[in-house]
Write a protein that binds this ligand. Structure first.
Ligand code: GAR
Length: 218
């Protein structure tokens, strides 16, 4: 059997992206295994999902650390102990500094519920609705030292309807998140992802169906 990519998934809440990745692994669509789920929030529902999937989980509560660096040091320790190769941020609501990123250079990916570089930060689905954009979507990117700023691997586009609220748009975007995130992990696992500066090239991926997904397809 070919090598399974060893994942560590970092969450803060609901964990629906974690679930989507677990499901695609179970379906044999993603050649990876989740060695550990780490949450900075003790009450995160995603911890129950990890348990349901028989995946070890650990809480690293940032409030219990005196500095960001001490918190990150503990994260690094846990991820290294488990032999994690790719760190997957799935609704992880803490910004990671260069201290953490140096431990996993270009081995941290994130999903963001907007079409970056538009709408970085928090509460972005509502911001997109209120701004009046006609399209939004989600972005999977490598994490660098900026906030929601690293090289883009894949994006999916959804329409924004006049009747939308932040919540209805978030739901539409989330369905796309669950499609593109497992796919990106599979590409990385297959060694098909190459980064040149800001540009990411995915060997053999279909433009329009994969790396730049539009829903509904036009
Ligand atoms: C997702 O929409 C994800 O894109 C977003 O939080 C949600 C987590 O949902 N992430 C960010 O905003 C990161 N800044 P989930 O816990 O159900 O996967």
């Amino acid at each position: 059997m070919s090598h399974l990519l060893n994942l560590g998934v970092l969450i803060s809440g609901r964990g629906s992206n974690l679930q989507a990745i677990m499901d695609e692994i179970d379906r044999g669509e993603v050649a990876a295994r989740i060695l550990v789920v780490v949450s900075n929030e003790p009450e995160a529902y995603g911890l129950k999902r990890a348990e349901g999937g028989g995946i070890p989980s650990i809480v690293v509560n940032h409030r219990e650390y005196e500095s960001r660096e001490a918190f990150e040091e503990r994260l690094i320790e846990v991820l290294r102990d488990y032999g994690v190769e790719l760190v997957v941020l799935a609704g992880f609501m803490r910004v990671l500094t260069s201290h953490f990123l140096k431990a996993f250079p270009m081995r941290v990916v994130n999903i963001h519920p907007a079409l970056l570089p538009a709408f970085p930060g928090l509460g972005v689905q509502e911001k997109a609705v209120n701004y009046g954009v006609r399209f939004s979507g989600c972005t999977v990117h490598f994490v660098d030292e900026g906030v929601d700023a690293g090289p883009i691997i894949a994006q999916a586009v959804v329409p924004v309807f006049p009747t939308d609220t932040g919540d209805t748009l978030a739901e539409r975007i989330l369905r796309m998140e669950h499609r593109i995130y497992p796919k990106v992990i599979q590409w990385i696992s297959e060694g098909r992802v190459r980064v040149e500066g800001r540009r990411v090239f995915v060997h053999g991926a279909n433009f329009g169906e994969e790396i730049a997904f539009i829903e509904p397809v036009v």
